[in-house]
Design a protein around this ligand. Structure first.
Ligand code: FRU
Length: 515
């Protein structure tokens, strides 16, 4: 190509091709089958628990259990993303890599405002991550002390990290399951506290500086659910809504042993005096009755009075075989937890964060979607993959039942309903799911109120649904139909009406240029 004109033409051809490739990439970004559009997922490969959730300088940090080299669980790193609104996320490079002490398992992060650790200064407080290190060689050799607690710190808003050179900060006393430290500052005793999961109970530790820890107490051997190992605990104080009272809430994930099988998160309400937790609740309580909300904990250093939570939207029964590629697993939407006196007693209730409303796009409202005398509604078409559906259900009799279904015209559907015993449920028996015997099923939860008026807010993404009742009850589940659901209808027995059904399409949070 000696001719300069030919050269110029060739140059423009190359630029054109590169541009087209970029445009295609943009179009394809986060558009694989089942890819959630408004839930956090890693760009590629495996993710499990949320870790190190902390707010600093306008950013909510989300670290997460991540295996960057494969789409199943493997040597754990801490992946990293940030958000300014708890809804849209920006991916950042991996924060923590395995080292001589092992992989980086679950843990938490705090801002050391008083520079108790000496890692930063009072002008520039360190972000300190506290996590479990799991030494595979130790486990393989049949030892019991392969899980230890370590710390690392960052002086640049979580962008780069340095391991503390005297790790571990808590050695293993010979206990096989000894992990997932959640740390918080306890002002009355001017100490850091750590809650750690130890097989069938939690242990509490105290520290002046995040480096030296002493044992305070243990809790849980003979209380709560014990169908599996205790993991990923959290402990925090909350106001009882509408009163001056304060109580402490302890979250403890358990696997297996959840009410609908496999993984789930129980909680306790009580008092904590800086040393010991004393429970007050009598019943076993669960944060979410759906099968797919595990290992959730709350953000630290949030100063607007909210207690913000997010969980891993999966279940160890089938997490590694759900049919997604090139990534595996999503998080729930960010939620606000409240402590409320309800018809069922004092409960931790869950609501989507208010920021989520910013994703609402077009909406359609159907009046009299279901009239009292009908047992089945018309079908409404759904376009796109991401929706929020609001509906009010009026029951004229106690035993009235209803079910809202999302279907695809291929006999596949996911149903959300309330049965004659006033139990909330999700039925995903016909929603796809041949990959595991534990997936399909009808799963029951509990409403907190017995009112005849039930308001539901449903967050429907490409492969998940979160059902929020206005009494604070929630169920979260996944689904994998052969074709996307594109219709909605309601079935009921007599005595139910749905005066209004509102459907919003939601914008996707993923755009290539932002990430
Ligand atoms: C919970 C869990 C944690 C552990 C991590 C390992 O899902 O088993 O206890 O730290 O996952 O990835």
């Amino acid at each position: 190509m000696k001719n300069p004109r030919q050269l110029i033409a060739f140059f423009f051809l190359l630029v054109g091709c590169a541009f087209e490739k970029k445009m295609n990439q943009k179009k394809e970004y986060y558009s694989e089958k089942f890819r959630p559009q408004f839930h956090f997922t890693p760009e590629r490969n495996w993710m499990n628990d949320p870790n190190g959730m902390v707010f600093l300088d306008g950013e909510y940090h989300l670290f997460y259990q991540h295996y960057p080299d494969g789409n199943v669980w493997g040597p754990m790193h801490w992946g990293h993303a940030v958000s300014t609104d708890l809804v849209t996320w920006k991916h950042l490079p991996i924060a923590l890599y395995p080292d001589r002490l092992g992989m980086i398992f679950s843990g938490s992060a705090v801002i050391d405002v008083n520079n108790t650790s000496g890692f930063g200064s009072s002008e520039k407080p360190a972000m300190v991550a506290i996590f479990t290190q799991h030494l595979m060689e130790g486990e393989k050799a049949g030892k019991h002390d392969f899980q230890t607690q370590g710390v690392a710190f960052s002086l640049d808003r979580g962008r780069t990290w340095k391991m503390y050179d005297s790790n571990p900060v808590i050695k293993n006393p010979g206990k096989h399951d000894f992990r997932d430290p959640k740390v918080f500052w306890h002002e009355p005793t001017k100490q850091w506290k750590m809650i750690l999961a130890v097989k069938d109970h939690v242990e509490l530790y105290g520290s002046p500086d995040l480096k030296n820890w002493n044992s305070l107490s243990s809790f849980g051997v003979d209380i709560g659910a014990h169908g599996g190992v205790w993991e990923c605990p959290d402990l925090f104080e909350m106001n009882v809504k509408g009163s001056e009272q304060k109580k402490w809430v302890m979250l403890v994930s358990i696997n297996p042993g959840a009410p609908n099988g496999g993984s789930g998160t129980q909680y306790f309400i009580g008092q904590f005096d800086g040393q010991q937790f004393l429970p007050e609740n009598k019943d076993n309580l669960w944060i979410d009755y759906g099968k797919d909300n595990y290992a959730g904990v709350t953000w630290s250093n949030v100063n607007d009075g909210r207690r913000l939570f997010l969980g891993w939207m999966s279940n160890w029964q089938y997490a590694t075989v759900v049919p997604t590629t090139v990534w595996r697993s999503a998080m729930t939407v960010s939620r606000e937890l409240k402590l409320e006196e309800t018809g069922a007693g004092l409960r931790v209730t869950s609501y989507p964060v208010k920021e989520l409303k910013a994703l609402r796009n077009d909406s359609t409202t159907t009046s009299n979607f279901l009239k009292n005398e009908l047992s089945s509604s018309e079908e409404i078409n759904l376009e796109g993959q991401a929706h929020e559906i609001e509906l009010t259900i009026l029951k004229s009799k106690n035993e009235s039942t209803f079910e809202i279904q999302f279907t695809n015209g291929k006999q596949e559907f996911i149903g959300i309903g309330v049965d004659s015993l006033n139990r909330l449920y999700i039925d995903r028996t016909k929603s796809g799911g041949e990959f595991s015997k534990d997936f399909a099923g009808k799963h029951y939860g509990k409403l907190n109120s017995t009112s005849d008026i039930i308001k539901l807010r449903l967050l429907l993404d490409a492969s998940s649904i979160e059902v929020f009742a206005d009494d604070g009850a929630v169920m979260t589940e996944l689904f994998f139909p052969t074709e996307q659901f594109n219709k909605v209808l309601v079935k009921s027995n007599k005595g139910v009406s749905i005066p209004e059904l509102k459907i919003y399409t939601l914008n996707s949070i993923w755009k290539k240029e932002d990430n």
